[in-house]
Write a protein that binds this ligand. Structure first.
Ligand SMILES: [Zn+2]
Ligand SMILES: [Zn+2]
Length: 555
């Protein structure tokens, strides 16, 4: 049994354990062992024969015994027992978003559900909603997710592609025969969802490299003498493109795509560096993110795309006051450590009861706590805001009296997604008329590979937002990336300013600013079009003057 088959068996055991065992650490131990076995350079049979398998970091006593058994007998009794306990195909349910292994275990043990069809029936007849921890909202979400699960097959969110690609790249550059390796394809173009990971390898010894690749990913097959396909982490397809170092740049250009871009480019001159290939072809250099179409190849003037470092601060940050996982103090200090000049806190409003939305009393406590922390985090400025629900009729949660206490208001739809396009558009237009609203949060409510957003008439919303001076958020959460970069230009044309927000519910989720900045780059935005690329004084002045204007309106 080769190491990848062993790793797959260990992954499978981890999955089964998680179905039934509330303590995640046992499953984690098997996953860890799977990753360790996959990475082995030494011969697995020899390691097992000599007993050195137990010295491998990541392999423990229990997992080591299973590895031994798998190598020796070609199977494991434990795995066979686990398989016998559950119907085959139960892991198909994993493709349904939000339905983690724990929940799958629950629907199986309580309702006997082990297939997408059975799950769909239970979501429709109400039995799913009755399970502990589900409820009608989750059941509805699952129902939408089933449609996606049938469609999506093997698609992944961009961060999965980056992680798999980076891990492989780091291993590849250590191989003697490999001179260079770069992630290419849709991951390099920072497309929000991807089907596979592409890696370009510079080598003068393709045969030797092909042999080494067989030890790095599972199921390696050759598509032609320069292209190989394999599977990483038991689930992600990887394509390796081999090129001589002298053609590394031109091949990088070709394999990055998109097809439309490469076709429009025409013949690619041979080059070791990609920029030289552009230069030799007398074409302007186009950043990978902008290669979905050929527009930038033809454009006379192209702006300098936004860089992550251009970002001066951010808004849309949750804390434990509502559904965040880190405290106010933690979120503020982490923001300051990122070097930001300002941060805008925005917990949920009271209509979002399921997310711990804040009532008047809690709001006062929150503002008092912010005041008590301001000196500690100075000179970073803290703006007091809210992510207020747009109610069904388009009015804002919280009345004018409370809304006027905030420095900024993010208006978001969190309920009743099923409205018709016309109704939803009217609902949002009405919210845009409220003078307290500063930003529209996650414009369509979509969750990538999980649920369709609600439908809205983009043009009418952008038109009104432009008129009212309301900004549209680029929600950087990699599950959302909403507004979609494909629509941004239409907003710009109507004078709308964009602002990149992490929608952070934890300190770690500030990283969504990275993915958010990719959306801006894919949309072709420079720092001039991004509100939070402006320095503190400008941002503070803009928010203050908007506040003063609305007070004149309402008095
Ligand atoms: Zn929200
Ligand atoms: Zn939020």
């Amino acid at each position: 049994m080769d190491k990848f088959t062993v790793a797959r068996a260990l992954d499978e055991i981890a999955h089964y354990i998680e179905l039934s065992d509330p303590k995640p650490f046992r499953a984690r131990a098997f996953e860890k062992a799977a990753r360790a076995v996959e990475r082995l350079d030494e011969d697995l049979d020899e390691l097992v024969a000599s007993g050195k398998i137990y010295d491998v970091s990541g392999v423990g006593k229990a997992t080591g015994q299973i590895v031994e058994e798998l190598v020796r007998d070609g199977t494991s009794r434990y795995l066979e027992e686990l398989r016998a306990q559950y119907p085959p195909g139960i892991f198909d349910l994993l493709r349904v978003p939000k339905l983690g292994l724990k929940k799958i275990g629950q629907v199986y043990s309580e309702l006997g559900i082990a297939s997408l069809d059975e799950l769909e029936a239970a979501a429709k007849n109400g039995s799913l909603a009755k399970l502990k921890g589900f409820g009608s909202k989750t059941a509805e979400y699952v129902l939408q997710g089933i449609e996606f699960a049938r469609l999506r097959q093997s698609q992944f969110l961009l961060p999965v592609g980056i992680e798999v690609g980076e891990t492989l790249r780091e291993r590849l550059v250590e191989v003697d025969e490999i001179e260079d390796a770069e992630i290419t394809g849709s991951v390099r173009r920072r497309l929000e969802t991807i089907r596979n990971v592409n890696i370009l390898i510079a080598t003068k010894k393709p045969k030797a490299v092909a042999q080494k690749l067989a030890g790095i990913v599972a199921d390696l097959e050759s598509l032609d003498d320069k292209t190989f396909k394999g599977v990483a982490r038991s689930e992600v397809d990887v394509l390796f493109h081999l090129a001589s170092p002298a053609e590394f740049g031109s091949e990088l250009l070709r394999t990055t795509g998109s097809r439309e871009f490469v076709e429009a480019f025409g013949e690619i001159p041979k080059a070791a560096k990609e920029k030289d290939a552009f230069r030799a072809a007398k074409k302007p250099y186009v950043e990978p993110e902008r290669r979905e179409s050929a527009d930038d190849l033809k454009a006379k003037k192209r702006p300098k795309l936004l860089e992550l470092d251009d970002i001066r601060g951010t808004f849309h940050v949750h804390t434990t006051y509502s559904d965040g996982r880190n405290s106010m103090s933690e979120m503020l200090h982490a923001a300051r450590e990122r070097g930001w000049e300002y941060v805008g806190i925005s917990d949920h409003s009271q209509a979002a009861y399921y997310a711990g939305g804040l009532n008047d009393v809690r709001l006062k406590q929150q503002h008092a706590e912010i005041a008590s922390l301001e000196d500690e985090v100075a000179p970073m400025r803290v703006f007091r805001g809210t992510e207020a629900d747009i109610l069904n009729d388009g009015t804002m949660d919280y009345g004018a009296k409370i809304l006027s206490r905030f420095d900024f208001v993010i208006a978001s739809v969190h309920s009743n997604f099923k409205m018709s396009k016309e109704e939803m558009t009217e609902r949002m237009l009405k919210a845009l008329d409220d003078p307290h609203v500063t930003f529209i949060g996650h414009l369509t409510g979509r969750k990538l590979l999980a649920r369709e957003g609600y439908s809205v008439d983009y043009d009418r919303i952008f038109e009104k937002a432009g008129e009212r001076g309301v900004m549209i958020e680029i929600n950087g959460n990699p599950n959302r990336l909403d507004v979609d970069w494909r629509h941004v230009k239409r907003a710009l044309d109507r004078g709308v300013v964009l602002s990149i927000h992490p929608d952070a519910h934890s300190v770690g989720e500030y990283n969504a600013m990275i993915t958010g900045s990719w959306v801006a780059r894919k949309a072709g935005l420079s720092k001039n079009e991004i509100f939070n690329a402006r320095p503190l004084e400008e941002v503070a002045e803009w928010l203050a003057s908007r506040k003063a204007r609305r007070e004149r309106v309402s008095s």
